[in-house]
Design a protein around this ligand. Structure first.
Ligand code: SF4
Length: 336
């Protein structure tokens, strides 16, 4: 068994040396911090989407010192359009803990890492193996696919995750851990793809139990997502926009949105605009389909409103400093 696991890992790290995606931005100037940010961004998001967000983020906050005094607002602003905003809130919470409990030094043990918000077993494994070059397994979606196919593990079975972690642990080598970890991620992303694995190019095809077999992609029956209608009122005047911070514990928490009309009749806040128009569109969240109506009101000058909701008139060129949901940013950029 030991020889077989050695063959698996050495095939992967040797493949990485020749074919790995070494030009990805997070594969340059590697630090525990840079691996952390990239791994969090790559959760639930594709590489090509992440690249510009990662580059922008690292330009503003290249290391722990740079991010140490950042506000949640600044981090959310850089996350605008990337979605799953809980990840940005976790980065803020985690860097605060690192500052308070670790003297602003990035933790280097498994237990310390998984104690931070947003860092699970696989992300901790990636940070330890890539940045600290310590032998720890990972099991992200790409690695899961490679190992489950290689060892014919039925991922629909309840306990398959335990089995896959055991195998990932077994295959993780003591040497060349950096090359191995990035290599198995890359094999999953570029060779052992979801629909059409190119087994002929795969470094572990000789030992793979499903090599060259036809892949049947079992689509999970899509659950109908609940739908929700939401109504916004967007006031603007001379390139300033009246936006409100969403403080409720639901989607888009802590982001800035137009006034959310919760069905209060005779709402006096928005009266006598110079112009008004309306936009209607749908927007899919992971758990909810939103049907959004935005009424857009233009005013001669910004006005004061009396409300206990946190709000501001924000200049168009200052909007980049605030976290906004993608569809709201799109409306402001393209329809006002
Ligand atoms: S041989 Fe094919 S199925 Fe097996 S791990 Fe490689 S690409 Fe995936």
């Amino acid at each position: 068994m030991e020889a077989a696991t050695n063959i698996f890992s050495s095939s992967i790290y040797s493949w990485y040396e020749k074919h790995g995606r070494k030009d990805l931005p997070w594969r340059k100037n590697i630090t525990p911090y840079s691996v952390w940010i990239s791994e969090i961004m790559l959760q639930q998001t594709q590489v090509k989407t992440v690249i510009p967000f990662y580059e922008r983020f690292m330009k503003k906050f290249p290391d722990l010192n740079a991010i140490s005094d950042a506000s949640e607002e600044e981090i959310l602003a850089l996350w605008t359009g990337l979605g799953f905003y809980r990840r940005a809130k976790n980065i803020f919470a985690a860097k605060e803990i690192v500052k308070k409990n670790f003297d602003n030094n990035f933790p280097s043990t498994f237990d310390e890492l998984v104690s931070l918000p947003g860092i699970g077993k696989s992300t901790a494994g990636a940070i330890l193996s890539i940045a600290y070059k310590k032998s720890f397994p990972i099991l992200d979606a790409n690695v899961k696919r490679v190992i489950s196919r290689h060892d014919k593990v039925d991922v629909s079975e309840k306990k398959s995750d335990n089995k896959l972690w055991q195998l990932s642990d077994l295959y993780t080598p003591n040497k060349k851990i950096f090359e191995y970890t990035q290599g198995i991620m890359d094999v999953g992303a570029t060779v052992c793809s979801i629909k059409k694995p190119t087994c002929i190019e795969c470094p572990v095809s000789k030992t793979c139990k499903t090599a060259f077999e036809e892949i049947k992609v079992i689509r999970k029956s899509k659950k109908e997502k609940p739908q929700r209608e939401i109504f916004f009122k967007l006031a603007h005047s001379n390139n300033k926009f009246l936006l409100f911070k969403k403080n409720s514990k639901s989607f888009w928490e802590s982001l800035w949105v137009p006034y959310e009309d919760e069905g209060i009749k005779n709402d006096k806040i928005f009266k006598k605009p110079l112009k008004r128009n309306q936009q209607k569109f749908n927007h899919a969240l992971s758990h909810l389909d939103l049907m959004i109506t935005i009424e857009i009101f233009e005013y001669k000058k910004p006005f004061k409103i009396s409300t206990n909701r946190e709000h501001q008139w924000i200049c168009r060129d200052e909007i980049k400093n605030y976290g906004l949901p993608k569809p709201i940013k799109h409306i402001i950029d393209n329809h006002v």
